[in-house]
Design a protein around this ligand. Structure first.
Ligand code: SF4
Length: 656
């Protein structure tokens, strides 16, 4: 038995595209929202079963979808209001409307807007015809039979636009138009019957005449499959219609020497293959040549889908692209801009005929063109894998900050980009991302979504980690009693915070000076570099107490060497008491001027003679280092005349 496959068979490019887009959508994580087709994507149960198994459900009307859901528009399109409703209700559409069908919608819409009448030649119950009618507010006349045409010409018409259902039988359309022609009804015909349909119908007719029997493979609900069967029957009375291999009467087919196979536009390859395989199993040859043939056919029929990684052989290299044979019916095109090239490198430097290449499919079918491939995106796949690994192992990667966007910056990592939210740009508050643009920075990968090609990075995570390590290292090197260098960072009423190499310690106001301070700013200012002594450490609470005064000698320890009895000094009144006044000789070293030593007269009230802050000249009368006491005298420094005068005044006052 010889099996011949029709030249045009199986999925047309419009249906293939719809299936590809739907399968791609099915692989995505829709974050809890539904993914649906509105009606069956194609008239084939095995395809709809497959989609359902992969999470793509089916609804009958858009009203059944909720806000946030995704609805896949079928290849034969939807009416205009469908798109409007989806937008209003926040439903995402994945539009797989075939380019040919979309063109008809445009023609019909423009004609309607120009006030013209529209005629659709097609089946009035076919969803494509209903959708097309929805682009002229359902005003079109639908001619499905010659009888419809005869009815139509009873009324006058003004040069209507005539379009056809893409899958309508060409002969029937001509019969219908003949009725209009014979009635001298003028019209503008746009023959929109699709080539795929025409080609499939023609190859069906051709093959049916050359074989003993024709097998038409298709779903019972597929109108184009049923039409193929009609054509096959017209030319071959032994034609059979099967949905899949289970419908095959193998005894029946075994009696023919040659069998022709054709499949409707909605029939997937795997069903065609199963039908062929079933028939070929019946062939009683030791080596079944049909199986080899099957392999080739299967390979050549199956076009890679977007996202597939393919292996192929370079068949041509030119300045702009590399042509790759992938063993299927179309070649792959690897454009220059989809290859990673060094400066000045050309495609011919990198590829030559016969090279084995691997690439990622970007677009599976460009109509008559080839399949678009990308090396860059293959590299991107590897790059995303690297990001996934880096995220898992918590490795740090380096990225370049290229562009500010809403809420953050775009960061380039090799051939891909990720996003750094503003809050993750730094460990401090960032007002504007502009200051970071152009910088190369280390980041952590905090999220990767390889399905959606998204990655999120954090620079803050790296900085925080660095800081943590730095702090840990600083702590291990700190010891109570150490004198370390620090920088005054900020003040509070009770002291100053000093950075001692990555950690802050508190320099309490009482530990700044041996003297008394009201505020740390009396001695320090922000940014001062000072040596401080570590007074205490509490790693658990992260608290460090520092002392500045401890880095200088305690004044009383030097009093014996610095000061002598009889020495006259400048000092400042710092405290007034009933029994005298304290005079600061230096920070932390006060002496007492007893009330009797203030003047050469009797002083009743110290504060009538002296004020706090007043500079005075004092003489040291006595030093007691053990009790930390110095007795001072102001009157001992007063001039003698003044003393005599004051004594005389005192005598006069007493006599009086
Ligand atoms: S039959 Fe033609 S018009 Fe219809 S989906 Fe296929 S390619 Fe598009």
């Amino acid at each position: 038995m010889e099996i011949k496959i029709a030249e045009h068979s199986g999925f047309c490019f419009g249906v293939q595209r719809a299936i590809d887009l739907a399968f791609t959508e099915a692989e995505k994580d829709n974050e809890g929202y539904g993914i649906y087709t509105c009606g069956p994507l194609v008239h084939n149960k095995s395809v709809t079963d497959y989609l359902e198994k992969h999470g793509v459900g089916m609804i009958e009307r858009l009203a059944e979808a909720k806000r946030g859901d995704t609805v896949i528009v079928r290849s034969h399109g939807e009416p205009k209001e469908f798109y409007i409703e989806a937008q209003e209700r926040g439903i995402t559409l994945v539009d797989t409307t075939c380019a040919f069908v979309a063109k008809i919608h445009k023609l019909v819409e423009e004609a309607y807007e120009d006030g013209r009448e529209v005629v659709i030649v097609g089946s009035r119950i076919h969803p494509e015809v209903t959708a097309t009618n929805g682009w002229c507010a359902y005003s079109a006349s639908i001619l499905e039979t010659e009888a419809d045409a005869a009815e139509y010409i009873k009324n006058p018409h003004n040069n209507p636009l005539v379009v056809a259902q893409t899958t309508f039988k060409a002969e029937l359309m001509m019969d219908i138009l003949k009725v209009l022609d014979e009635a001298n009804c003028s019209y503008e015909l746009r023959n929109t019957i699709c080539n795929a349909t025409r080609d499939r119908q023609q190859s069906c007719a051709d093959l049916a005449q050359k074989v003993d029997s024709m097998v038409v493979v298709g779903d019972v609900h597929s109108s184009n499959s049923k039409k193929l069967f009609e054509i096959a029957q017209k030319f071959n009375k032994n034609s059979i219609f099967v949905q899949d291999k289970s419908d095959l009467q193998l005894k029946e087919t075994a009696k023919y020497n040659t069998i022709g196979i054709i499949a409707g536009a909605s029939t997937p390859e795997w069903i065609i293959m199963e039908v062929i395989a079933s028939m070929s199993e019946k062939m009683n040859t030791e080596k079944n040549p049909m199986l080899d043939f099957m392999d080739d056919i299967e390979k050549s029929l199956r076009l890679p889908k977007p996202g597939d990684i393919i292996d192929g052989t370079v068949v041509e290299v030119n300045d702009d692209a590399v042509i790759v044979n992938m063993g299927c019916k179309k070649d792959g095109i690897l454009r220059k801009d989809e290859v990673v090239l060094e400066d000045g490198q050309t495609l011919k430097d990198v590829f030559k005929e016969g090279d084995e290449v691997q690439a990622k499919v970007v677009k599976s079918d460009e109509g008559e063109g080839g399949i678009l491939l990308s090396k860059k995106r293959l590299v991107a796949v590897e790059n995303y894998k690297e990001l996934e690994d880096a995220m898992e192992s918590k490795d740090i990667i380096t990225v370049k900050l290229t562009r500010a966007v809403n809420g953050g910056v775009i960061a380039a990592y090799k051939e891909i980009t990720g996003f750094i939210p503003m809050s993750q740009l730094s460990d401090r508050y960032v007002e504007s991302a502009d200051e970071f643009l152009g910088q190369t920075v280390d980041v952590r990968v905090i999220r990767v979504d390889t399905k959606r090609n998204r990655a999120v990075f954090s620079r803050k995570a790296v900085l925080v980690e660095e800081k943590r390590k730095q702090v840990a290292e600083v702590w291990t090197n700190l010891n109570v009693g150490d004198v370390v260098e620090g920088k005054v960072m900020r003040f509070t009423d009770y002291g100053a915070f000093v950075d001692i190499g990555g950690v802050d310690g508190l320099l309490h106001i009482s530990e700044i000076s041996w003297g008394k301070l009201k505020h740390p700013q009396e001695i320090l200012k922000i940014g001062d570099i000072i040596n401080v002594k570590i007074l205490s450490l509490n790693e658990e609470k992260g608290k460090i107490s520092l002392g500045l005064k401890q880095t200088q000698p305690e004044p009383w320890s030097l009093v014996g060497t610095k000061y002598q009895i009889g020495q006259t000094l400048e000092g400042k009144i710092v405290q007034i008491k009933e029994y005298g006044a304290f005079v600061e000789l230096e920070a932390g070293l006060d002496g007492l001027v007893h009330i009797s030593e203030i003047a050469n007269k009797r002083v009743e009230n110290v504060s009538e003679e002296l004020k706090v802050g007043q500079p005075v000249e004092v003489k040291i009368m006595e030093i007691d280092p053990e009790r930390k006491r110095i007795s001072l005298s102001i009157k001992a420094n007063l001039p003698e005349e003044e003393v005599a005068e004051e004594a005389a005044e005192a005598e006069t006052e007493e006599e009086a």
